[in-house]
Write a new protein. Structure first.
Length: 590
């Protein structure tokens, strides 16, 4: 088959080039169930035939809401797109109000949900969504039509010729999906992405893909409603990679051992938790084993790629890999050769550590609006640099505006925001998408992200503060789980800090400090406050005196999506956090 030009071309491309028995694999009731390339296509066509029989027209919108990644989602995606309709993925964890807003704003006529919890949320707002004709579920739910009924409705192939006509009528430049970005303020914006936006971005990323086609196994657990994981799933299809879906974030550790993936995508927070677990186990060792563990850790923290540390370092690293790091790899299934990281800044220490352990993390950068890839690191051809998000991919132009904002131009830039010409005009000027991120190129053309433009603020002394830069540095401390830098218009920067409660309790146990059962007691303990102050003071040394955090307050809550602290992609909702902790703000600034 010729090179794909539309998203639903990928499974056919896989069938022609790398047909596999385990194209998509999902665990049901403890058993991994495989769907082959051919079976995937057969089911997607049955869905398309059913949708046509249900009266779905070209450019109709169909919503998918799933709490976990699963084969059904991908079959539905292809089945919807083949009819010329559009897929509207929705984050399962957002509020009911946001469900109602997105379903109404997108004018979705059908909605497919994964489970009881999501179904109940949709049912509670059903009266507010007059255009929604019916809800279907993937799991068996009492009183809800099941997606299997579409496979039955589409079993008769009599109207497959109509499906083919619809497929042939879909042009690459046409709308494929509307992805609503949660944003840190205001109502969600519907990002319109065409088939060509995503397909061209994938093909332009191809030279940075370091694994062989038709010969890899992947574990997928990041939400598919986000463009990052969805893009990667299309990439896996194109490259004949077997995709195994993780059961949940909590079970990723178990799933890695079962699946033994060669590749997976992750967010920095998850990678940090993996590292913390490894570190905690090492700290429990005794004698020579403990000494060797920390010798290897110290080597890893100094890692530079391409032998830059010299022959003596490389000789030591060889032994560290043999004695210590090989066990890390075993713990991650034994065959993991690559982790792709996106969505937030990766701590340079983690990039060094995992590369030293021969599990390189390739950090990239992009947004929903750029389909998503703008830049990405690659171990090969000297295209990897720690502390950067790599170089731009081919045919994507990146430049830095006078105020430091990163601008992007290329076929990956979105069609615009759905029903919002004003915001579209604001975001895309002279063909360049304004990312809202501040960054710079180093001398060799590697991009560094330094902050979000809208999040920078001035102190009353007129000094600019880039909060993300400080926050990323502070999160290197194992005592700090989350942090938000404050001080807009105030005399000094300060911070709200959510401690890493699990780690603080381990530390207290080790030092025979009694903390009490509740987080509220933990954050008031003078020894905890003093210890976290030590960490802040140490990390403050990286910054000029006017940028340093002068005061902080600890929060007893675990910051979460559910409680509104974080967006579904784990970014801080600064306005909401500020409102939640007005009392702490007053305590800091009086």
């Amino acid at each position: 088959m010729t090179t794909p030009t539309r998203l639903f071309d990928f499974p056919y491309y896989q069938l022609a080039n790398y047909p596999i028995a385990d194209a998509f694999v999902t665990k049901y009731k403890g058993v991994w169930e495989k769907t082959s390339t051919q079976e995937f296509i057969d089911k997607a066509n049955a869905i398309s035939r059913a949708l046509l029989r249900m009266g779905v027209q070209k450019n109709d919108k169909i919503a998918l809401i799933s709490s976990n990644n699963r084969t059904e989602w991908n079959i539905m995606d292809t089945g919807i797109l083949q009819t010329g309709a559009q897929n509207v993925p929705i984050y399962p964890t957002i509020s009911e109000e946001d469900y109602a807003y997105i379903l109404n704003h997108s004018e979705s006529i059908y909605c497919f949900v994964s489970d009881q919890e999501v179904y109940d949320k949709v049912m509670r707002i059903q009266a507010q969504t007059p255009l929604l004709k019916q809800v279907f579920s993937f799991n068996e739910i009492e009183g809800c039509a099941n997606w299997q009924s579409l496979l039955e409705l589409g079993a008769d192939t009599a109207n497959q010729d109509v499906v083919e006509d619809r497929k042939n009528s879909v042009k690459p430049a046409e709308l494929a999906t509307i992805i609503y970005t949660s944003g840190t303020t205001g109502q969600p914006k519907g990002v319109m992405l065409s088939h060509d936006n995503i397909v061209s971005n994938l093909l332009n990323s191809a030279p940075r893909i370091p694994f062989e086609a038709g010969n890899s196994r992947a574990l997928s657990f990041l939400p598919v409603c986000h463009i990052f994981e969805r893009f990667i799933l299309y990439l896996y299809q194109c490259y004949g990679v077997s995709v195994y879906f993780g059961e949940s974030i909590e079970k990723v550790g178990d799933n890695i051992k079962e699946v033994k993936p060669n590749v997976m995508s992750a967010v920095p927070r998850l990678i940090e938790k993996v590292y913390d677990k490894i570190y905690a186990k090492g700290a429990e060792l005794k004698g020579i084993k403990k000494a060797l563990f920390f010798w290897a850790i110290n080597l890893g923290l100094r890692y530079e790629p391409y032998g830059a540390n010299g022959v003596w370092y490389e000789w030591q690293l060889k032994w560290a890999r043999k004695l210590i790091f090989s066990k890390w790899k075993e713990g991650l299934g034994g065959e993991l050769d690559l982790i792709v990281s996106g969505s937030a800044a990766l701590q340079p220490r983690l990039a060094r550590m995992f590369a030293a352990a021969e599990i390189p993390i390739m950090e990239g950068y992009g947004l929903t609006e750029t389909s998503p890839v703008i830049t990405v690191n690659d171990m090969r051809n000297f295209l990897f640099r720690v502390g950067t998000v790599g170089k731009p991919i081919q045919h994507v132009e990146v430049k830095i505006a006078e105020d430091g904002e990163i601008l992007c131009k290329g076929s990956n830039v979105m069609m615009g925001y759905y029903k919002d010409a004003e915001k579209t005009t604001e975001a895309i000027q002279n063909g360049y998408f304004h990312t809202g991120d501040i960054g710079e190129f180093d001398v060799d053309g590697f991009l560094k992200i330094t902050d979000r433009k809208k999040e920078m603020f001035k102190t009353s002394g007129g000094k600019y503060i880039a909060p993300q830069l400080i926050e990323n540095a502070m999160k290197q401390s194992r005592f700090i789980e989350q942090i938000m830098v404050i001080g807009d218009g105030e005399k000094m920067p300060a911070a709200f800090i959510q401690p890493n409660f699990d780690f603080v309790r381990e530390w207290a146990k080790l030092h025979q400090i009694t903390l009490g059962d509740f987080n509220k007691e933990l954050i008031q303990n003078p020894k905890v406050i003093a210890r976290i102050e030590e960490e802040v003071t140490l990390l403050n040394e990286k910054f000029g005196s006017w940028v340093r955090i002068k005061r902080f307050e600890l929060t007893p809550e675990v910051w979460s999506i559910q409680e509104g602290h974080l967006t579904p992609t784990l970014k801080l909702r600064r306005k909401i956090i500020l409102e939640k902790y007005q009392n702490l703000y007053a305590k800091i600034y009086g």
